[in-house]
Design a protein around this ligand. Structure first.
Ligand code: ADP
Ligand code: MG
Length: 499
């Protein structure tokens, strides 16, 4: 690929060495397992967690004479993903054989796409603290996964599990547009969000359904691209960040010592937090790529692409923009609420529960603060907790109509969380006497008592009006925290003669 620099150097992401500042350059190759019941070229199941070699057909085991047949669902998923990445869909693409030997690759070659991939250039937008940045997508191609070799079950035997052999992967290749480990982590997380919205990959990195090969080089800011190393099969976003930090530092140290970088393939060791050399970089010609004679080129017409485009769900960027305009929530809240589709749906069900439209900002505040804190403490997403949209809506309504204060809402939420998982907020307020007192007569009586009992304090507050906080605090306490804070404040000022 021709490398073009699309980014303006950002000094905030520079890292310093003994010879001055350095800039990290990162490009990613993400392998995303296609969500599909069966494999790319056979009818075998793709179910995770089955006993070894349970999901294997003669095709996956490469028995002589077996012929691959393309799984159309995988093709549709790849095109949908391309559309979600705002990418050019290639109406003609070709499957190639990538030849290499490995015990877990019984065919002796991997069916992949080389010169003519199914999807061409696209882009992914990232929200970074300094603003939004665009990361270029170079291509997306379809390929088969390999099996798995198992060496640690027996001291002198190795085993091969072909369950993954032939499972469809999308390899999504970014341009070298990322400039820090933060951007790289955000890229992986955004890509995963998009894939999950589309339903084309479950994005589960622990189960290996999304893995990243991370290409890292360093250079003097704005200079020519340096020689890169490729860190293979990183299986968590956090590890990707650690691998990049370690690798950049390693390369800078070598260059500053007058050495040069060997282009090589490296592995990240999560226990040591280090990368180590695996092999020197292979070149495309080492694989003797050639079109697979068992498969015809893939060809689609405009109608096929248009049909898939029409059925795409609303994607995170569009949803976020709509939340900002339709509900008036802050860009930050909109971003958090659209991280996954279910949370976004949950937010919208709270806003419009029972057919009445609530203040989106009030709902966002409650969800992103106290509800999120509770969900996090349980290791769940908001929508996975026992809290029902109707309950959150109920609490928001009680604040909106002045029945409880925002402090009261926090207490009520805790009751709903811990004591009455199925409780109706309005009924709880009623039965426990949590209503805030807006009755001015009742508040006035409390204020009069406090003023009468504290003549010394009254003298002080008249000399120093900021002391009014003490009076308000006493009165709030006397009301059991139920006095309407605004009414209390206003009346207290009036009674003390402070403006
Ligand atoms: P290959 O397929 O041989 O690994 P590609 O040229 O297709 O090589 O690039 C693979 C990945 O490496 C892409 O994500 C690309 O953005 C990234 N990349 C290429 N050059 C550099 C570089 N100098 N520094 C960092 N990443 C790079
Ligand atoms: Mg590569």
């Amino acid at each position: 690929m021709t490398l073009i620099d699309t980014r303006t150097p950002n000094p905030k992401s520079f890292i310093s060495g003994s010879t001055g500042d350095w800039e990290i350059v990162i490009g990613m190759e993400v392998h995303a397992q296609v969500t599909s019941q069966s494999k790319l070229f056979s009818g075998s199941s793709t179910e995770f967690g089955n006993p070894p070699n349970a999901n294997v057909s003669f095709i996956d085991a490469a028995m002589p004479g077996m012929l691959p047949t393309i799984n159309e669902e995988c093709v549709r998923q790849a095109v949908r993903t391309g559309l979600g990445l705002k990418a050019a869909i290639n109406k003609r693409s070709v499957f190639d054989r990538k030849n290499y030997f490995y015990p877990d690759l019984p065919q002796g070659y991997q069916i992949s796409q080389f010169k003519d991939p199914i999807v061409g250039e696209g882009k992914v937008m990232l929200d970074m603290p300094d603003g939004s940045i665009e990361i270029g997508i170079e291509r997306l191609h379809l390929e088969q996964d390999a099996g798995k070799s198992i060496h640690d079950q027996h001291p002198n035997m190795s085993f091969v599990d072909l369950n993954r052999s032939g499972v469809a992967l999308m390899e999504i290749v970014s341009k070298p547009d990322l400039r820090s480990s933060e951007e790289a982590k955000e890229y992986l997380s955004k890509l995963r969000t998009i894939l999950r919205y589309l339903g084309t990959c479950d994005g589960n990195m622990e189960q290996g359904s999304m893995r990243a090969d991370v290409n890292v080089s360093v250079r003097k800011p704005g200079g020519a691209f340096g020689t890169r190393c490729e860190i293979k099969n990183v299986n968590s976003i956090r590890f990707a960040g650690q691998a990049i930090e370690y690798e950049a530092r390693r390369q800078i140290d070598i260059l500053e010592d007058g050495g040069s970088i060997d282009q090589e393939t490296r592995l990240f060791d999560p226990k040591l937090g280090e990368t180590r050399s695996m092999r020197s970089k292979e070149e495309a010609h080492d694989y003797r790529y050639f079109p697979d004679p068992d498969l015809l080129p893939l060809e689609f017409d405009d109608a096929f692409i248009a049909m898939l485009a029409k059925d795409l769900p609303e994607l995170p960027d569009a949803k976020k923009a709509r939340f900002i305009t339709d509900y008036g929530v802050t860009p930050y809240d909109a971003m958090v609420l659209t991280l996954d589709r279910e949370t976004a749906d949950y937010f919208e069900s709270v806003v419009s529960f029972g057919g009445t439209k609530r203040d989106g900002k009030a709902v966002a505040n409650m969800l992103n603060a106290d509800v999120a804190a509770f969900a996090n403490s349980e290791g769940l997403a908001i929508w996975e907790t026992h809290l029902k949209p109707s309950q959150i809506a109920g609490i928001v309504d009680l604040v909106a109509n002045g029945t409880i204060s925002s402090k009261g809402a926090k207490d009520l939420l805790q009751i709903v969380i811990t004591e009455e998982p199925a409780g109706d907020p309005a009924a709880i307020v009623e039965s426990r006497g949590l209503k805030q007192v807006t009755d001015l007569g009742a508040i006035e009586a409390i204020i009069d008592d406090i003023i009468a009992a504290n003549p010394d304090q009254v003298a002080k507050v008249l000399a120093k009006p900021t002391m009014i906080g003490w009076f308000v605090g006493q009165a709030m306490k006397a009301s059991g925290g139920k006095a309407n804070p605004q009414a209390l404040n206003d009346l207290m000022k009036k009674k003390l003669g402070i403006e």
